[in-house]
Design a protein around this ligand. Structure first.
Ligand SMILES: Cc1cc2nc3c(=O)[nH]c(=O)nc-3n(C[C@H](O)[C@H](O)[C@H](O)COP(=O)(O)OP(=O)(O)OC[C@H]3O[C@@H](n4cnc5c(N)ncnc54)[C@H](O)[C@@H]3O)c2cc1C
Length: 332
């Protein structure tokens, strides 16, 4: 722990549940601080009732949880949530602020850094101390081809966007308890400039949390062939994704886009079908545990990242592979 100051986790409250990335950020911070007592604190922002959600952090080993409640925090807006987090930062006096990269977290981190006049680094996957005791933040760059490590300042505390490498099992201790510290979010003068027109409803499992993702790209050749991606994803118990080019051509929906400007996924298995492996696509999936690529071009960039490669026409490959998977599943 740098100078007895904690690492502060910005824990996203997604409508009454904590985003899974929060627990992975806690695990990374606890590893950094060696599990020291008081080494990791958290802040949860939301409307009245958020305190109940915050208590789950105790089970992950976070004893001090700062809670800012306000009606304006019911909506996922970086402007209001960053203000509330900044108020908690004043109380907690952390050495580092770790923001889970949810949709809100990605927008909130730079807002918060601007409010604190601090630096910000996104896409961190690992935290460690260097030989002088300064904190180093490790982030993949160039679509995961290179690991960059940055030494960050602790005063003012740097804001770090956290993107886990591959889904890990986070241990929780049931029955653990700690403290809830109330924070005044300082939103008395705050005027929301955004008018809510329509709130998109998100139902069902989330791509970012899937253990298996099967994505289709332009190599599918026609929107109707995306059905094969959906089928394979279903057989493997996963979810279908897509490259941006495939989304732009209407093969899949915007919510299914994986990449820099889409969802960031880190499943156990990622199957890229007819996808070239552009850096913007890799930015969203290169940290998957096992990548399988299907592409007719042996020199496609995706093969540099794949553990298993198939150089067949995907329209030939998909039906027979789906049939084989079905057979294996039926046999088990
Ligand atoms: C600012 C910015 C943000 C972006 N954000 C994203 C993003 O979030 N996500 C994203 O994906 N992209 C993003 N892009 C776009 C990105 O640069 C690429 O254009 C896109 O990823 C390419 O999609 P693709 O791999 O499906 O298509 P292509 O690059 O056209 O690749 C198609 C591949 O299919 C193979 N193929 C062709 N026929 C077959 C067949 N029959 N069987 C098997 N393989 C076949 C080809 O060999 C080729 O490798 C972004 C670009 C910019 C500029």
């Amino acid at each position: 722990m740098a100078g007895n100051k904690p690492v502060l986790i910005v824990a996203q409250n997604e409508g009454g549940r904590l985003a899974p990335v929060v627990f992975e950020a806690v695990a990374a911070a606890r590893k950094l601080t060696g599990g020291a007592s008081g080494g990791v604190a958290a802040v949860v922002t939301g409307p009245s009732g958020t305190e109940a959600v915050a208590k789950e952090l105790w089970t992950a080993g976070v004893a001090d949880v700062y809670v800012a409640e306000h009606a304006l925090l019911a909506e996922s807006r970086p402007e209001s949530h960053a203000r509330a987090v900044a108020a908690a930062v004043k109380q907690a006096n952390p050495s580092l602020i770790l923001v889970g990269q949810t949709t809100l977290g990605r927008d909130l981190a730079p807002y918060l850094a601007a409010l604190l006049e601090a630096g910000v680094i996104m896409n961190a996957q690992e935290l460690r101390y260097d030989s002088s005791g300064a904190t180093e933040v490790v982030c993949p760059i160039y679509g995961g081809a290179v690991q960059a490590s940055y030494t960050v300042a602790s005063s003012p505390p740097s804001v770090v966007g956290f993107q886990p490498a591959a889904r890990s099992t986070v241990e929780k201790a049931s029955g653990a308890s700690g403290r809830i510290l109330s924070v005044d979010p300082g939103l008395g003068e705050f005027k929301d400039k955004v008018k809510l027109v329509k709130r998109p409803v998100r139902t069902g499992p989330r791509l970012e949390e899937a253990k298996v993702v099967v994505s289709g790209g332009i190599g599918l050749g026609d929107p109707k062939n995306y059905q094969g991606i959906e089928e394979l994803a279903k057989v493997l118990g996963g979810l279908p994704g897509a490259s941006r080019a495939a989304v732009d051509l209407g093969y899949a929906t915007r919510a299914q886009q994986v990449g820099l400007t889409g969802s960031r996924v880190s499943p156990d298995l990622y199957v890229a079908v007819g996808i070239s492996g552009a850096s913007q696509h890799l930015a969203g999936m290169s940290t998957s545990k096992v990548i399988v690529a299907v592409n007719t071009d042996k020199k496609a960039n995706i093969f540099k990242f794949a553990r298993y490669g198939v150089t067949l026409d995907c329209l030939e490959f998909l039906p027979s592979f789906i049939a084989e998977c079905r057979k294996l599943k039926g046999a088990s």
